[in-house]
Design a protein around this ligand. Structure first.
Ligand SMILES: *[C@@H]1O[C@H](CO)[C@@H](O)[C@H](O)[C@H]1NC(C)=O
Ligand SMILES: *[C@@H]1O[C@H](CO)[C@@H](O)[C@H](O)[C@H]1NC(C)=O
Ligand SMILES: *[C@@H]1O[C@H](CO)[C@@H](O)[C@H](O)[C@H]1NC(C)=O
Ligand SMILES: *[C@@H]1O[C@H](CO)[C@@H](O)[C@H](O)[C@H]1NC(C)=O
Ligand SMILES: *[C@@H]1O[C@H](CO)[C@@H](O)[C@H](O)[C@H]1NC(C)=O
Ligand SMILES: *[C@@H]1O[C@H](CO)[C@@H](O)[C@H](O)[C@H]1NC(C)=O
Length: 412
């Protein structure tokens, strides 16, 4: 253990040194991501992820703004505040004002102003209204074109952004930087038109600020509530953050996962218990847990012997069952990604933060819930992304995954 910790510290030292050398040269350019935890119970976490899944799975049915307005007025889902978020600090306008934005691969509009007000004088109002729903929460506002500065060397002179007039579910956060496929912006403008809004990444590429229309995301697992444990790289990958080779997986053909960073994947528990046969689903930074279709979730529950924990809404296992827990194997693009037992459990130091008890062991695998959509059988959320480096490659329409120095870490 001690040796491992010392080795990790040494590796980190080395990594940060080489990363800064990389940055000095040119793009790719990297920005830190800070994790924030704002949880009073895990119930809203599970509910939030389920509401999001339901919306992602049914987004195309909800595209018409007018019918959406009507349904919003009588919303049946509870709006849960974003509970676990990864935040990037990004400036908008001249003079620049800094906003803390959620980095979201499952949506593609970028907007500000939910908390810190937008007061830029350099923005040009287009006259369009922007309205985006997120399953749990929504935002509505006006479209402006303004300068967005991610870092001093990553600047987009003319970026369409939303300026919030109203936002629900984003307390304490300024907005979202949407880095999903640009197609997800279709139908978010009023008056309605078919055009999609180029994302920040698209514009960086078009403006030749980055050489590659792709993003690399790295998180390391953490057991404290607030931590600067992530980074996003525009224009390529950060070689120092992953180990071995990146497996590139083509975007799935199955809808609705094909609208997102969707891949085909199968899952087994241990060496011989099938959990999910090859199915489409998505990789999503806006989801905290690993969500599985009810049938797959029940198989996992059976295989682990876990029970539903009333206090938190998560699955729980006993220490004896934990000692006997097997790895979950995610097979995609011909590569097997092993999620070791420690990666399947909620960080125990944070149990009481979610309304649990210190001695209980909670699992990070949850039920997708009441959606019955073929083409969305899983969501690989943070619990997965904290163990595997991920690449979102627009040019080649593919997702990349690789192991990291933290894939097998025993942080939790
Ligand atoms: C999908 O959206 C449509 C239109 O809003 C709605 O009628 C339907 O109930 C939704 N289906 C699910 C599974 O949520
Ligand atoms: C919402 O639904 C309730 C009962 O179904 C109805 O009384 C109410 O008028 C509806 N509100 C709106 C804004 O449509
Ligand atoms: C945490 O969430 C609550 C609502 O759930 C909100 O009132 C509060 O402002 C949030 N705090 C922070 C620091 O984001
Ligand atoms: C779980 O196990 C029970 C009994 O061991 C069995 O009856 C049930 O069908 C299993 N469920 C699934 C989804 O495998
Ligand atoms: C340990 O796990 C295996 C399969 O993963 C299962 O068959 C066995 O019953 C488990 N043992 C205990 C004591 O839970
Ligand atoms: C993680 O540990 C497993 C053994 O449980 C091993 O097979 C695998 O190679 C390790 N992965 C990494 C990335 O170190």
């Amino acid at each position: 253990m001690l040796f491992l910790a010392a080795f990790t510290a040494l590796a980190l030292l080395f990594v940060s040194a080489s990363a800064s050398i990389l940055q000095l040269k040119q793009s790719p350019v990297t920005l830190s991501l800070a994790r924030r935890l704002n949880l009073t119970s895990a119930h809203n976490l599970v509910r939030h992820d389920q509401a999001r899944a339901k919306y992602l799975g049914n987004r195309s049915s909800n595209l018409n703004l007018h019918s959406r307005d009507a349904s919003t007025a009588n919303r049946s889902e509870a709006v849960d505040n974003q509970a676990v978020t990864y935040i990037a600090d990004i400036s908008v306008g001249i003079p620049p004002i800094m906003y803390s934005l959620i980095v979201d691969t499952g949506s593609s509009n970028t907007w500000v102003g939910a908390n810190t007000k937008y007061s830029s004088t350099s923005g040009v109002v287009t006259g369009n209204v922007v309205d985006v729903q997120y399953g749990s929460g929504e935002f509505a506002g006006i479209e402006v074109v303004d300068t967005v500065s991610i870092t001093p060397s990553l600047v987009i002179a003319h970026q369409s952004i939303g300026v919030a007039k109203e936002a629900e579910g984003f307390d304490g956060i300024d907005g979202i930087i949407g880095i999903g496929p640009a197609g997800l912006t279709k139908g978010t403008l009023l008056p309605a038109h078919d055009d999609q809004i180029p994302t920040i990444t698209d514009n960086l590429y078009t403006d030749k600020v980055i050489a590659d229309n792709s993003i690399g995301i790295f998180f390391h697992p953490t057991n404290v509530a607030e931590d600067l444990n992530g980074q996003i790289t525009w224009g390529g990958v950060d070689n120092s953050k992953y180990t071995g080779d990146i497996t590139y997986i083509p975007i799935t053909k199955s809808s609705p996962a094909s609208d997102y960073w969707g891949i085909d994947q199968s899952i087994t528990y241990g060496s011989d218990t099938p959990i999910l046969s090859s199915s489409a689903g998505i990789v999503d930074t806006g989801t905290t847990l690993i969500m599985l279709t009810t049938d797959a979730f029940n198989k996992y529950k059976n295989a682990t012997g876990a029970v539903d924990d009333q206090a938190t809404g998560l699955l729980s296992i006993t220490p004896t069952q934990y000692a006997n827990l097997s790895s979950l194997f995610f097979i995609s693009g011909g590569t097997t990604f092993e999620l070791v037992p420690n990666a399947q459990i909620f960080p125990r130091t944070l149990n009481t933060v979610i309304g649990g008890t210190t001695s209980t062991i909670y699992l990070m695998i949850a039920d997708l819930g009441s959606i019955e959509v073929a083409g969305l059988a899983f969501i690989n959320g943070y619990a997965f992304l904290e163990r595997f480096y991920s690449v979102y490659d627009t040019t080649n329409k593919r997702v990349g995954l690789a192991t990291t120095p933290f894939t097998n870490a025993t942080t939790n």
